[in-house]
Structure formats: C-alpha cells, structure tokens
Design a protein around this ligand. Structure first.
Ligand SMILES: Cc1cc2nc3c(=O)[nH]c(=O)nc-3n(C[C@H](O)[C@H](O)[C@H](O)COP(=O)(O)OP(=O)(O)OC[C@H]3O[C@@H](n4cnc5c(N)ncnc54)[C@H](O)[C@@H]3O)c2cc1C
Length: 468
C-alpha cells in the first residue's frame, strides 16, 4: 500500500497522471533519490488512464527473444516512423526516443512487468512489439506495486484543477480531493496527464458538430485540463489539434472506455459503405496494420460519421471477434433493412462491386491479386464477391484513441516555453507531449514507447533538478 499523501509537505517531484508515463517517471525519480507524489484523477479501480487498454510496446532490439520473433533496428524503427508521419516529427527527439527504446524492455521488466509472445489475430506485430503478459492492466499493476515498494506516494481521486506557474517555474498545484481543495507544492513537476480526447467540447472546437458522433476508446479522465493550463501559462504548444489516433470501432460501443474489444479488424475482408450505401475508400489498399489507423478519420468524413463494414459467410472466421456480434441477414437487401439503409442502393453497390471483382488467388497474408477493375474507388487486394449467405455487417464510428496536441519538450523531457526558453522545473511525458514525435499518423505500440522513454527521462531529470 502507498503511504498516506501529505499535501502540506513539499515533495521533490509531483507527478500528475497515473498511466504508464506517470509511473515510469515516478519510479525513475524515486530511484534517483527524489520524494515523489503521484496525483491520479481517477479512482483506484480506474487508475492508469488509456494505459489500461494497451497490449504492447514498440522497441528496438538486436535479436529474437523468448517473446519477439526477430530483430528490429533503430533505422527500421525510424523508417517506420517517417513513413507513418510523412516526415512530420521532430527528428532529434524521435531518434532519441528510438535509441533509448533499446533499454526499455529490460528496464520495464526490472520494474516487474512481464512479457509474452504476440497474440495471434491482432496486427502482426510479433517481431517489432513486445506484448505485456496480462495486458495493460497487469503491466500497470506491476508498475504501481514497484512504485509503492520504493516509497512513491500515490493519491487517487485527486484531480489537478489549477497550476501556479510564474515565468516558466512551477510553484504548486491546486488539487481537488474528497470535496476539499489542497495546494500541493513541489520542487519539480512532471505532467503525464494524457491528451484531451475525452473533452468533447475541446474536440468540437476543432472538428465542429461531427465530434458529437465520435466515441472515445479510452478513459473519460483525459480531459486535457492540465494540458490547457500549461499552454495558458506560456508553455509552447506542439502539434495540430485535429491530429489524433482514430480507428473505426463498433458504433454500439459506449461513449467512453470501450477499449480494445470494440475495434473491428475486418475491413480488408469486405466492403465499407456510408449512410447512402456508397463505398468511399479502397478497403484493400495495404496490409491492415498499415491502414487501420486511417479508418477513424475516413468515417469521420462521412455523413453522420457512420459507416458499415459488410462481408459474407466466407470471411466470418478470418478475423479476431469483437465485443458485439455482427448484424446478420440472408440477402444484402435484408441486411440494408436491418441497418436502416436503402435496400435498393445497397443491392446496387454490392452488385457493382461483385461485377468488378477479377478472378485471383485469395491470400490475406500477402498483397494478393484479388482486385477490382473499373470500379471507383477500387479494392486493390483481397477483393472477393459478396455472394455467400449469410451476409453480415458491423456499424462503425470514429473511435478516438488519443490526441496529439501537446507541450513542446527538449531531449531532457523538459517543457519549453513559448518564448523559446526552457521551463525552469517542468517536465512532460506520454500523450501530453506525443505531438513532438507524432505530427500525424501512428505506428502501433509507439504510444507506450513515448510514455516509457520520456517518462523515464522526465523522472531522472526532475529528480536531479530537485536535488540541485
Ligand atoms: C483502446 C486502446 C488501446 C491502446 N493500445 C495501445 C497499445 O497496445 N500500445 C500502445 O503503445 N498504445 C496503445 N494505446 C495508446 C496508449 O494507451 C497511450 O499512448 C498511453 O497509454 C499513454 O500513456 P500516458 O501515461 O501518457 O496516458 P494515460 O495512460 O492515459 O494516463 C493519463 C493519466 O492522467 C490522469 N489525469 C488526467 N487528467 C488529470 C488531472 N487533471 N489530474 C490528475 N490526473 C489526471 C488520468 O486519470 C490517467 O491516469 C491504446 C489506447 C487505447 C485507448
């Protein structure tokens, strides 16, 4: 158990947030000799923000291990990042993160986290990404246990609602807990309080009314309060507020916290239509791990931000099942009726698609030769006629994972002020500074790399600053 928080005391390092980035920072600060208080806004049961939902982390490694199928070099990691961001990344910070990721698997394991071989049926990440044994919750439990054993003090249901910052120097935080407001002072601050994805009003500022139809895949506690306060206090912003990680998730998922089991990975096996029963993007453009993260934005651009993944009996067992069963019918017309779509329009779309499919040898493990001809948009691979009943559909909506707008940091994870000066005693790690590395796009498992690497650095730097 964690020691009882003493809000009247001045800690060396105050960590705001309770996910991976916060815990990595807290542990490394404590190991470097600092007294550390962690303020987690959520209740203990919901501790750990979006980290609770994670499965894996992308790290450089030189050879296969018991749980990774082969090596993953710094250059390959850099190429992957360059590819997904289209070059919109801070090269110095990105290369630093990649370099430092080499030690992370060992370091994380030293903190009690265990790994396992890649899960089948996910995103084919067995070589590049290390999977946490038991998933994100088990990973967090290990980090919390280690932090507590080291003497890190953890306060739950302790939301930071104010920051006293003058000229780039943090003085204290205003904390709301059990209906009481406390002022907590510390020599250094590590902000690890996530993005603003759960703040629908903030999303609407940039996306407009369509944001009402977004579903938030993770914690409702990441409302961006700390990020907003830091930016208002003169910390330099980094990233575009409309950039985020967004995937297509089951439209029946809850508004918040539906987690990984609401994601649908069957796009490549069928066709995707919008409210008007029209296709709008090439479903077989590339391997799913390289394309899954564009479908949230694609669906967001459709009328009413809704779409439907259609497939037939041939594909039913080719992908990982999700939380809800698909809608099922004997014909495409009947399926349309069940979905509330125009049956004639859907029958037409399916007939046009079927007529355009060229014969080929279906193999979803390679970029096969099953494609359409003369259809717009085309389906470039894995195109098979929808002709075998029953027919199935999943309704999907944009599922926002996390936002990229954040605080600018340097290689010490130290925040930079809008006037270009380094902040005196403020550091940031995780989603709250992800925009330094992710200008756009996403490579699976990098969210945890950002949090772990910069969390560890932030903790060390904060402790060293506090001691001096
Ligand atoms: C469904 C899902 C699956 C994912 N899978 C993966 C994966 O497999 N691999 C991967 O790399 N990434 C994955 N991600 C992304 C990953 O979760 C994040 O990138 C990572 O967890 C961010 O860590 P963090 O510590 O910065 O934020 P979080 O883990 O979200 O933690 C933020 C913390 O801040 C707290 N907080 C917020 N505001 C306040 C406040 N005002 N006061 C006090 N506390 C506050 C929150 O309660 C929370 O504990 C996934 C995300 C989701 C939603």
């Amino acid at each position: 158990m964690s020691a009882v928080p003493e809000f009247a005391r001045r800690y060396d390092t105050l960590v705001v947030g309770g996910g991976n980035a916060a815990l990595c920072a807290a542990i490394s600060a404590r190991r470097a000799g600092a007294s550390v208080l962690v303020l987690e806004g959520a209740p203990r049961f919901y501790r750990g923000g979006n980290t609770r939902h994670t499965r894996n982390m992308r790290c450089v490694h030189d050879s296969a291990t018991a749980f990774l199928t082969g090596p993953y070099s710094e250059e390959e990691f850099w190429d992957d990042l360059l590819h997904v961001t289209g070059g919109r990344t801070d090269e110095e910070l990105a290369r630093l993160m990649i370099r430092r990721s080499r030690d992370m698997l060992g370091w994380i394991a030293e903190q009690g986290v265990r790994f396992q071989p890649s899960l089948g049926g996910t995103l084919s990440l067995g070589r590049t990404n290390a999977f946490f044994l038991g998933g994100g919750r088990a990973m967090l439990n290990a980090l919390y246990r280690t932090a507590e054993d080291l003497g890190v003090v953890i306060a739950y249901e302790s939301e930071v609602i104010g920051l006293d910052i003058a000229d780039g120097r943090f003085e204290s935080a205003l904390v709301h807990r059990d209906g009481v407001r406390h002022t907590v002072r510390a020599a250094t601050l590590v902000a690890a309080a996530g993005g603003f994805e759960a703040n629908l009003e903030w999303l609407k500022e940039h996306w407009g009314e369509p944001a009402d139809n977004f579903l938030i895949r993770g914690t409702p506690y990441n409302r961006g309060t700390v990020l907003r306060m830091l930016l208002d206090c003169g910390v330099e912003a980094v990233g575009d507020p409309t950039q985020c990680h967004a995937v297509a998730i089951d439209a029946r998922a809850p508004k918040f916290d539906g987690g990984i089991i609401t994601r649908l990975d069957c796009v490549v096996f069928g066709i995707v239509v919008n409210r008007d029963a029209r296709r709008f993007h090439d479903e077989g453009e590339d391997f799913w791990p390289k394309r899954y993260a564009i479908w949230g934005r694609l669906v967001a651009a459709q009328p009413d931000q809704i779409a439907y993944i259609l497939f037939d009996a041939k594909s039913r067992d080719l992908f990982m099942p999700s939380l809800y069963p698909p809608v099922e019918a004997a014909t495409p017309g009947e399926l349309a009726e069940r979905l509330g779509l125009d049956p004639a329009a859907l029958e037409r779309t399916v007939a046009e698609f079927n007529a355009a499919v060229r014969p080929g040898t279906f193999d979803h493990t390679v970029l096969d030769d099953c494609r359409t001809e003369g259809l717009s948009p085309p389906k470039s691979h894995w195109a098979r006629r929808l002709d075998t009943p029953p027919f199935y559909a999943y309704p999907v909506r944009p599922g926002i994972t996390f936002t990229y707008l954040g605080t600018r940091v340097d290689g010490d994870a130290r925040m930079r002020m809008a006037d270009g000066k380094p902040a005196a005693n403020m550091f940031a790690a995780g989603e709250i500074m992800a925009g330094n590395v992710l200008g756009r796009g996403y490579a699976a498992g990098i969210g945890m790399t950002i949090g772990s690497v910069f969390g560890r650095i932030a903790g060390q730097e904060a402790a060293s600053h506090a001691r001096n």
